[in-house]
Design a protein around this ligand. Structure first.
Ligand SMILES: *Cc1c(COP(=O)(O)O)cnc(C)c1O
Length: 423
């Protein structure tokens, strides 16, 4: 039996209808932007393995730091204990984050970082004796698969089995070009009608929706409306964080600052699962009291794992090298050139670029669903041609590791162009 066959015997995969899905590809090794399967077929990882891996697979620098940490202290409980790697992660992040962010809370993945942010927002008002229980989120948002994160997410087939079991979430339109005013007006209306605790958003780019983009000016306006009404703002930078948009955080494009931020994915560069939620001092202070009931009673067994912290520290170091910053600029330039080249193709209806993120919409004849037939055709074509891309419906996006070479990137573009001929 090969790995794929053995897999079918035991494993249950994410987002997979096992009855109709193709068998998974068994990957046996990775290096840089490349992966190899059990038949030694080579793939270019053009989506950085779900956006986690900016510096390449099996990165030696990060691996060495992890190994060293494992030989010093692999883990210690974080309730009642602390350690240097966690403190260093905080110190480093303080230099990178918007300057109002003063406290960090560790968890394990993007969903839990969102879960923590939403619980903190709700308890913030509870602690102050104010009844505010509604959360505002964007249409087609994606914030993860745990319950509060699911409630905030707007992509319905992820959540339809659980409708009616969620905290109260009201959705507002995304302020894409031409829709800014409706978005502002809807936000104001919701705030008037409901007791709103927080507004959660993916800043500038909605990843899972298909790299839907909007401008920083519009986000500033939405944040200002929230601030005027004391609604807390949560920037979910799980996807956008650590250079993907061309700046360290998407919020760096904005004038306003959020009250909380959610970080994961590239935080540890695809090595150790870890996430962080960050807060202003003011939020922390609302939990700081002689009354133990005002504390945040949330935690995970692996909170602040030192090995994860070592991976994060190594990742920060790599991100800040001149070489990596130049890579980000290089990829952005190549994306812009490809956009220029492909945007008038008869099968292309729209293109978007921000930093290292490229997306194009393929012309569709019929209504195309998230996992529809066009999507499957495109996905299979990419895999056959040795390129890992996961289209969202009719949207093809590229989010390469920053270390992807120009030759590899050109192959990705070529395969995308060829794919337009088969749909
Ligand atoms: C992926 C993602 C999440 C969920 O992260 P997980 O680690 O998959 O739980 C949350 N928010 C955004 C914006 C994401 O892209």
């Amino acid at each position: 039996m090969n790995l794929t066959e053995k897999d079918s015997q035991y494993l249950w995969h994410p987002y997979t209808q096992h009855k109709t899905a193709q068998l998974p590809i068994a990957i046996t090794r990775g290096e840089g932007a490349l992966l190899w399967d059990e038949n030694n077929k080579e793939y270019i990882d053009a989506i950085a393995s779900w956006w986690v891996n900016p510096y390449g697979h099996s990165n030696r620098f990060i691996a060495d730091k992890i190994y060293k940490q494992l030989t010093i202290l692999e883990h210690v409980l974080f309730g009642g204990f602390t350690h240097e790697p966690a403190i260093q992660v905080a110190e480093q992040l303080m230099k990178m984050l918007p300057k109002n962010q003063q406290k960090i809370f560790f968890s394990d993945n993007g969903s839990t970082s969102v879960e923590v942010a939403i619980k903190v927002a709700l308890q913030y008002f509870y602690n102050k004796g104010e009844k505010r229980t509604t959360v505002i989120a964007f249409e087609d948002a994606f914030h993860g698969d745990t319950f509060a994160a699911m409630a905030a997410s707007g992509i319905s087939f992820y959540t339809q089995a659980f409708q009616g079991m969620f905290i109260d979430v009201v959705r507002i339109p995304v302020p894409v070009k031409g829709k800014e005013q409706v978005s502002f007006d809807t936000l104001k209306k919701v705030i008037q009608e409901k007791q709103c605790a927080a507004f959660i958003f993916e800043p500038l780019v909605q990843g899972a929706a298909g790299m839907v983009m909007y401008e920083a000016d519009a986000l500033d306006e939405l944040i200002k409306i929230c601030q005027e009404n004391k609604v807390l703002t949560i920037a979910d930078e799980v996807m956008t964080g650590f250079g993907k948009t061309g700046k360290t955080f998407a919020m760096d494009y904005a004038q306003e600052m959020p009250d909380m931020m959610c970080l994961s994915k590239a935080l540890t560069a695809g090595t150790i699962p870890m996430a962080i939620t960050t807060f202003t001092q003011e939020i922390f202070d609302a939990f700081y009291d002689d009354d133990i009931n005002k504390a945040l009673f949330h935690g995970h067994t692996f909170t602040g794992n030192p090995t994860g912290c070592a991976a994060a520290l190594a990742s920060f170091e790599l991100l800040q090298t001149q070489e990596m910053q130049e890579n980000i600029i290089r990829i952005n330039k190549r994306h812009l050139a490809f956009q220029e080249y492909i945007q008038n193709h008869p099968k292309v209806t729209a293109t978007r670029v921000l930093g290292t993120i490229f997306a194009l919409d393929v012309k569709k004849e019929n209504e195309e669903t998230y996992y529809g037939t066009m999507r499957t055709k495109l996905y299979n074509f990419f895999i056959e041609n040795g390129v890992i891309l996961r289209p969202v419906g009719n949207i093809v996006y590229i989010l390469p590791p920053y270390i992807m070479t120009d030759e590899q990137l050109q192959k990705v573009y070529d395969v995308v162009e060829k794919a337009l001929e088969i749909v």
